[in-house]
Design a protein. Structure first.
Length: 201
């Protein structure tokens, strides 16, 4: 599946002369929004249920056997209940940080350990998975913006891990996020990939 690459403001506004500074500003603002949003446990639970229901109702999820997911950190849509609900019916794959790259390994709930920045990840004894074998990728992010052509712009946390992984995937890419992370526009750089869809609160 062909992935689009955009540069400048994806809303069609002129490119920011300092895109990195704009991204830094947005990340700071979103950290503040995250605090107030996550303080409302009922809303977090409600949006989480809605988001995973959206995922489960897609044709892409129904068809996919091997799915790339993530273990959530603060401010991301929780994944563990979803993983356990479908474990055994779907083959889930999780990223493991190796230097500045993401290695992909099969999910096994009995073989997880804290890894990069304390994020749970496969402990290294589960099989490694080739990126090209992934049939659906569910991708977290700091912010997303829907584009006029149906694609979705994504901004990560600044580490570039997914920027290096996404070009290796040949499957539908779906963003996963709470409603406060959906913006009208995002600053984009040449290395930023757009996604195919977004499931949000």
């Amino acid at each position: 599946m062909e992935k689009q690459i955009a540069e400048g403001f994806v809303s069609g506004q002129p490119a920011n002369t300092d895109t990195k500074a704009e991204k830094k500003r947005l990340r700071s603002e979103l950290r503040q929004l995250q605090g107030s949003f996550c303080a409302d446990a009922e809303r977090v639970a409600e949006e989480s249920r809605s988001i995973w229901k959206q995922v489960e109702e897609t044709e892409e999820f129904a068809r996919a056997g091997r799915i790339l997911l993530y273990m959530d950190i603060a401010g991301e849509v929780p994944t563990l209940d979803f993983l356990m609900r479908w474990h055994g019916r779907k083959r889930f794959v999780l990223p493991v940080v190796k230097g500045d790259l993401l290695e992909l390994r099969e999910f096994d709930p009995d073989r997880l350990r804290p890894g990069y920045k304390g994020i749970l990840e496969p402990d290294g004894t589960t099989p490694e998975v080739a990126p090209e074998s992934i049939e659906l990728a569910l991708i977290p992010g700091t912010a997303f913006a829907r584009l006029h052509d149906g694609k979705v712009a994504r901004m990560g946390r600044g580490g570039g891990f997914y920027d290096r992984l996404l070009p290796q995937l040949h499957c539908p890419l779906v963003g996963i996020c709470f409603s406060f992370r959906v913006l009208d526009k995002l600053p984009m750089e040449a290395h930023d990939f757009t996604l195919d869809a977004l499931c949000s609160g």
